[in-house]
Design a protein around this ligand. Structure first.
Ligand SMILES: [Zn+2]
Length: 232
């Protein structure tokens, strides 16, 4: 018996490539982003704020990592900020909702707490807005924070912080010597601050220009990087 050759097999038809997934329409995507919300629990009172994720991640490196990374906060969509006051977070939220423009608060202690908050959040744009608010207030009232308030900045903020430089410039260019004598005890508790003041005074003696800080020179005290371009 002669074995019959098997009939030639047909070439299988080439599989159709799956159609590429359609990108959602931009408007729809925007709505989805706005709908994605994060719960922020603030302060010792554990006050809950429900905030669109796209607001929180706009310029804060901390929230970007928290909400988008592999942290448990990204899964639970809950972030806790126990060490900050409700008032501070409310000011930040208002600034976010106001398209991250002008801050209009007229008290120094909140400003200084806001500067520390901005640093903790890694929000350079917000930190610069706080500097602007302090300088506007300075231009309008000729006042800057008292040393008792500013000491905290030298403990909590990095050496490069604009607010530290702003305060040192203010003291060496326009502080009243009698006022400094009155503040002696506070200054001695913060040797870093005294050192920076002495260093600046020596630089000025050697010819480095330095004027009392004003809003016009605000960019001198800002922080800028590849995500926060220099002011126009
Ligand atoms: Zn600037």
């Amino acid at each position: 018996m002669v074995a019959q050759e098997p009939p030639p097999t047909q070439e299988p038809a080439p599989a159709k490539e799956p159609a590429p997934a359609k990108e959602p329409a931009p408007i729809k995507r925007k709505r989805l982003d706005l709908e994605e919300e994060v719960t922020v629990i603030v302060g010792s009172t554990k006050t809950h704020f429900t905030v669109p994720k796209c607001f929180l991640t706009k310029s804060s490196e901390f929230f970007k990592v928290c909400c988008n990374g592999t942290w448990k906060e990204a899964k639970s969509k809950t972030v806790e900020l126990p060490e900050y006051g409700v008032y501070i977070f409310t000011v930040y939220l208002q600034w976010l909702r106001n398209h991250r423009k002008r801050l209009a608060y007229r008290q120094y202690p909140p400003h200084l707490a806001l500067a520390i908050f901005a640093d903790s959040l890694g929000d350079t744009t917000f930190g610069n807005a706080v500097i602007d608010a302090i300088l506007r207030l300075r231009d309008n009232t000729n006042a800057l924070p008292r040393i008792g308030c500013i000491k905290e900045l030298f403990i909590r903020l990095p050496k490069s912080a604009g607010l530290r430089r702003l305060w040192v410039d203010r003291v060496v260019t326009s502080a009243d010597p009698e006022g400094l004598v009155q503040d002696k005890d506070v200054m001695l508790r913060c040797p870093e601050m005294v050192f920076e003041m002495m260093l600046k005074a020596m630089k000025i003696r050697n010819g480095e220009p330095c004027e009392p800080p004003t809003f016009k020179q605000r960019c001198k005290y800002h922080e800028h990087n590849d995500k926060v371009p220099k002011c126009a």
